[in-house]
Each structure stands twice: as C-alpha cells, then as structure tokens.
Design a protein around this ligand. Sequence first.
Ligand code: ATP
Length: 241
Amino acid sequence: MSDPILSLTGVRADIDQYHILHGVDLRVPKGELTVLLGRNGAGKSTTLRTIMGLTTVTGGQVRFRGEDITGQPTPRIARQGIAFVPESMGIFSLLTVRENMVLAAVSGPMDEQRLNWIFELFPPLKKFWNRPAGNLSGGQKQMLAIARAVIEPRELLLVDEPTKGLAPAIINDLADAFEQLKQQQVSILLVEQNFNFSRRLGQSVAVMNDGGVVYAGQMAELADDEDLQQELLGLGLGAHQ
Ligand SMILES: Nc1ncnc2c1ncn2[C@@H]1O[C@H](COP(=O)(O)OP(=O)(O)OP(=O)(O)O)[C@@H](O)[C@H]1O
C-alpha cells in the first residue's frame, strides 16, 4: 500500500450535543480509490464532513499530506487541496452548466485544458453547456457536481454517495468516469451503499459501524469473501445491490 495522502487517527466528532464519531482510524492511500462502506447511520457522511472541518472534533487527528488539519476552518482545508462533493451535490439549478462551472473556478478563469479533460470525463456537460443545471438528469447533475469539485487541481476528492437514486445505466456511466479519474491518479475517498459499484472501483476499503471503522483492507479481499460481506454489511449471498 502506498503512503496515505489522508489519515484519521482516533477521530471523535460531535454534531450539536450528539457524539457521532467514536474514534475513527482511516488511511486513504495516495493515487488510489478508497471506498467507505457501512450501514445507514454508521457515520460515513459525518466522517467526510469531519475531514472538511464541518463538525466539532473532540479528539484524535486528521492529517493531509502529513500535515495536521484537524479542526481547521473549511475554506483553508479546501484550499490545501481537498474537494468535497456532498450528497446534496451543491449545484445551482437555475444557473447553466457553464455558470455552475465558472463559479466553481474560484481562483480565476477556467483552465481550458482542464475543461477539455472534464468534457472527456463527462460528455453530457459539454452537450448541455448552456442549459440550466436543473434540467439535467440525476446522473448528469452528479457529473456536474464532481466536475465542479475538480475544475481546479485537487489532490484528494471526497464524494458522498454519488449513486444514490440513480438508474443502473447511469450508474454505469458514472463508474466509467470514476475509472478515468482513477487512471489520472486522483486520490478519491468515496462513500457508498452500492456494493457492486464499490467493488468495481475500490482498491482499498474501510467499513464503518456505529461511529468507528470496523474493517479496513483491500477491496479484492472483501469482494471475494461473502461471509465477511454478510457480517459487515448484511449483504446476502447473490443479493448484492
Ligand atoms: N445533524 C444531525 N443531528 C443529529 N444527529 C445526526 C445529524 N447528522 C447525522 N446524525 C446522526 O449521526 C449518525 C451518523 O450519520 P451519518 O449521516 O454520518 O451516517 P451515514 O453512515 O452516512 O449513513 P447514511 O447513509 O444514512 O447517510 C446517525 O446516527 C445520524 O442519525
């Protein structure tokens, strides 16, 4: 396993008065796609939000490229090179695809070469460039959300459940795009519930339960071990999503 670009050690975090994370240990290897799995309410979204400085950290450490970023303000964490696509996607429905992208390029005009790379990753964005984002399909909106996150170079991409509510054909297109991001050695931490999507893309995997990581390893091992899947995720034989 290569060096981690991101590591969490014993991270505890609260939302309001609730203790949600109870000591999360997680390593995201550089240049790989890591999937964070777990049942509903296990703490996956909260882990992403905690990395971005959006919860109250009460213990432990988050390190990015070896530097301690625990509890830093969110804009500073983003500027250091972490992009975040929340489950709500954060796109502007009334603005065109182009306007959404222009707003995401906060450091200045969009880099044309990078934009062409994004069009290769997500052809529908080029096709619907001057259409309101609200008119896009669910999968295309997800593509726009990811495109906004990577329009400026980012070393680590956090994506929260991109397949949620998408039809299988669209999930397949999205998986193709993630394959390409992987080939570009973008480090990615993906929260997912869809095990087939996860096993196709994931190199490393961590499984959460009740605010902590209960399993971490290579995805190939978990994908081959149906008993372990059943134990950790409640997936039945042949009943993968
Ligand atoms: N704003 C909040 N106030 C109180 N509790 C919250 C809040 N947000 C999340 N929680 C609780 O924190 C726990 C972890 O939630 P989280 O959303 O991180 O889980 P998850 O693994 O991402 O699951 P899901 O796939 O359902 O989103 C859950 O018990 C949830 O009810």
